[in-house]
Design a binder for this molecule. Sequence first.
Ligand SMILES: *[C@@H]1O[C@H](CO)[C@@H](O)[C@H](O)[C@H]1NC(C)=O
Ligand SMILES: *[C@@H]1O[C@H](CO)[C@@H](O)[C@H](O)[C@H]1NC(C)=O
Length: 141
Amino acid sequence: MNLTRILLLLLLLELTVFTAGLPLSRRHIDNPRSWVPGGQHRYCDVMMRRRWLIQKGRCKQISTFIHEDLATAADFCTAPAVPCTSSRSLQTCHNSSHDVSVTDCFAKAGTRPPHCHYQKNDSIRPIRVGCKDRALVHLDS
Ligand SMILES: *[C@@H]1O[C@H](CO)[C@@H](O)[C@H](O)[C@H]1NC(C)=O
Ligand SMILES: *[C@@H]1O[C@H](CO)[C@@H](O)[C@H](O)[C@H]1NC(C)=O
């Protein structure tokens, strides 16, 4: 293995670790919606790489980007508590008080790293969030 390759691997490793530590807001909030090279149909492919990279050698199957500012989304933390459906650690979540502009990204069948391909669906719909100390920590599915 040559030096360039080792350096590249180290860089990738570092990026992976770094992204794994991103707070929920950095992973899921994209407001205003980012411009992506190649056209909006590539939004998910590009954003999933920017925000999630590769998880344990698999393409992350599904994720949602919220086109709403962080403060507004964090306000949902004050809504009445409802059960979470997709959290291992949180007991209660909160429904958004209004519909939110989101992009849902779904991995295409058979897609593999390093080129994960996604289908996207833009919609305006309710979301459900999990909070700790009034900060967003979880986006419920
Ligand atoms: C929260 O949203 C779910 C649908 O996702 C709905 O079934 C439930 O009634 C809502 N609960 C409250 C308290 O708004
Ligand atoms: C895509 O979004 C539309 C609303 O714009 C919604 O009715 C539909 O269920 C969504 N499809 C998927 C696969 O989530």
